[in-house]
Design a protein around this ligand. Structure first.
Ligand code: NAP
Length: 239
């Protein structure tokens, strides 16, 4: 049973689903909830932080506040972007530009690895601690049969490489820490909203169901799984 859990992206669809499900399953755990805006939750075991993730010093500052409570048992980075007002997933090379690529990579790839830099050294060495990042199946090179979504796919493929690399380094100093990527399936959130009309209703999940499934997968991870990416069923997503 965990004592200290950290969720990054606590105001996102999957992030907030995870907070509610962790609260339901583990009412005594301290949940550190990080986002660009406070979530102002009534849940009494949640500590709410507002973080300017563009400033590495702000990430270090919140890390220090969190580890003052003790080592971290489970951390889930649930931030990510597929589109915003100025960025849309590209259907063709002609639609690529520097600004689009930089925006997607900054959020999906650079942010999780800078968070990993600051938090992985503080994972518990007493139990099988976990540092998970929300990735996506479309980041699998071997599974890419459709093309398109250049920046998003590539940002997640690069993220998966960073997870693997961090897992190798971490294994040298913390034999109990598991570093993994997670594919949540298609989940009804702000991120997937523009694309759901094309998906059969029985092929996507509510945030509650997605959170339950992801926590179930995390609970079954063991040290041999470090460095890998798993889907919501617990099956490995091939690189
Ligand atoms: N939903 C799906 O079907 C699906 C499928 C596969 C993978 N995923 C992955 O799951 C993760 C969570 O997505 P979601 O579906 O929960 O999306 P969401 O509801 O849009 O939540 C995205 C979260 O990321 C945060 N975020 C976005 N840009 C950020 C930035 N530059 N700096 C800091 N935080 C930022 C958002 O915070 P703000 O509110 O401050 O913007 C929000 O907390 C993503 O990594 C996504 O790629 C989702």
């Amino acid at each position: 049973m965990y004592k200290s859990v950290v969720i990054v992206g606590s105001n996102g669809g999957i992030g907030s689903g995870l907070i509610h499900e962790i609260h339901r399953q583990m009412p005594d755990v301290i949940i550190h909830a990080l986002a660009r805006k406070k979530i102002n939750t009534p849940l009494t075991n949640v500590i709410d932080y507002c973080v300017d993730f563009e400033q590495e010093s702000a990430i270090a500052e919140v890390r220090d506040q969190i580890i003052a409570h003790g080592a971290i048992d489970c951390m889930i980075v649930a931030t990510g972007i597929l589109h915003n007002a100025s960025v849309k997933p590209e259907k063709t090379l002609r639609q690529l530009n520097y600004q689009q690529l930089q925006t997607i990579f900054a959020t999906n790839t650079f942010l999780p690895v800078i968070i990993a830099k600051h938090f992985i050294p503080h994972l518990s060495q007493e139990i099988n601690s976990v540092f998970c990042v929300l990735s996506a199946r479309v980041g699998s090179i071997s599974d890419n049969h459709l093309g398109g979504w250049y920046a998003y796919r590539a940002s997640k493929a690069a993220l998966n490489m960073l997870i693997k690399t961090a897992s190798i380094e971490t294994a040298r100093t913390n034999k109990k820490a598991i570093i993994a990527g997670l594919h949540p399936g298609t989940v009804e959130t702000r991120l997937s909203q523009p694309f759901l009309a094309r998906v059969d209703q029985d092929k996507y999940f509510s945030t509650e169901k997605a959170a339950k499934q992801l926590l179930q997968v995390i609970s079954k991870l063991n040290i041999d799984d470090t460095g890998l990416v798993f889907d919501w069923k617990g099956e490995q997503v091939e690189p």
